[in-house]
Ligand binder design. Structure first.
Ligand code: GTP
Ligand code: MG
Length: 299
């Protein structure tokens, strides 16, 4: 628990620095002037909390508070209340399919997920169902060699659904705890590729209903990530979001509109390129990551 908190705080440092700068300006003020509100609005939009959430927060902060005049504390309380009503993560299924647009971190996340399950004592089989690029299989093979995971691939096949089928079949018969399918990057605007995803899921479903689909979203893409998710949802059900590259962005507020506006749980945050740089999303740690006031050494 402690390390999730610490890693979340670290991973959100760029976003937090921006938000902190603004709250420092508001420090000690009893009321927010028009300029203060504009500043705060700009800050929250830049941190990618989205218009809807930013509006809600600002409207509440404008109201007089009986309990505290600490703006950061009020921000924290509002976020907690807003997020308390969002869907929570479910337990993990046996088969996990990782989908998303190009370069959002699917392959890296697949390997990281296997590493995370390993840390929980669970054995994973990786399935390389990106048949578009030889390099994609190679990338996953490198991860599996490095971390000592089994991998199912078929360089001769150009049909990702058949690779996924073979992989899941093998994973079930060899009694792996988890079977993680890495899929090719696809633009949500490409009808053919989206239909292909529907087919992969359908084929895998013939073997198991114990399946979950995670969508990777690059935190740097901000509000566009919401559009990507909405488009994917038109084709397949998505069980949750994995927000990647949180470490490199000051737009880490994006988890909030994802949960509030899309109603999807965020399962993990990607905070680096290493296998261990995947942290389970925890509401409290995340909110503190956005505004935590003390030095990390005190955490
Ligand atoms: N800093 C940082 N880099 C990441 C993170 N996740 C992935 N990356 C990097 O992002 C780049 C793309 O990651 P991939 O895992 O290849 O992305 P992908 O979605 O599989 O890409 P395609 O298969 O081409 O669609 C790689 O250089 C990764 O190391 C993260 O959480 N933080
Ligand atoms: Mg990939």
């Amino acid at each position: 628990m402690f390390s999730i908190f610490k890693k979340t705080i670290q991973g959100l440092s760029k976003t937090r620095n921006k938000i902190k700068q603004t709250f420092n300006i508001l420090l000690g003020k009893k009321y927010l002037s028009k300029e203060d509100i504009e500043l705060l609005e700009e800050c929250l939009i830049q941190a990618d909390l989205g218009w809807e959430t930013t509006d809600k927060i600002i409207e509440e902060l404008k109201l007089p508070s009986k309990t505290t005049s600490d703006w950061e504390e009020r921000f924290n309380l509002i976020l907690n209340r807003l997020l308390n009503n969002t869907p929570k993560t479910d337990s993990f299924k046996k088969v996990i399919m990782v989908v998303g647009i190009n370069g959002t971190g699917k392959t890296t996340t697949s390997a990281k997920l296997a590493a995370w399950f390993k840390s929980k004592g669970k054995n994973s089989l990786l399935v390389a169902a990106d048949t578009y690029r030889a390099a994609a299989v190679e990338q996953l093979r490198e991860w599996s060699n490095k971390l000592n995971f089994h991998l199912i691939s078929n360089e001769k096949s150009s049909d990702p659904a058949s690779v996924a089928f073979d992989g899941v079949n093998s994973g079930i018969s060899k009694k792996f705890d988890k079977i993680i399918i890495d899929t090719a990057g696809r633009l949500h605007t490409s009808e053919n590729l989206m239909q292909e995803l529907v087919k992969i899921k359908k084929v895998v479903n013939k073997l198991s209903n114990d399946i979950q689909t995670f969508l990777t979203l690059d935190a740097n893409t901000g509000q566009n990530g919401l559009t990507q998710a909405r488009e994917f949802l038109k084709y397949i059900s998505i069980n949750g979001i994995i927000l990647t590259k949180m470490d490199g962005t000051a737009r880490g507020g994006i988890a909030i509109p994802i949960m509030l506006e899309l109603g999807l749980p965020v399962y993990f945050l990607g905070v680096g390129e290493k296998a261990e740089d995947l942290i389970p999303f925890e509401q409290d740690s995340y909110i503190k990551g956005l505004i935590y006031e003390k030095e990390l050494s005190e955490a």
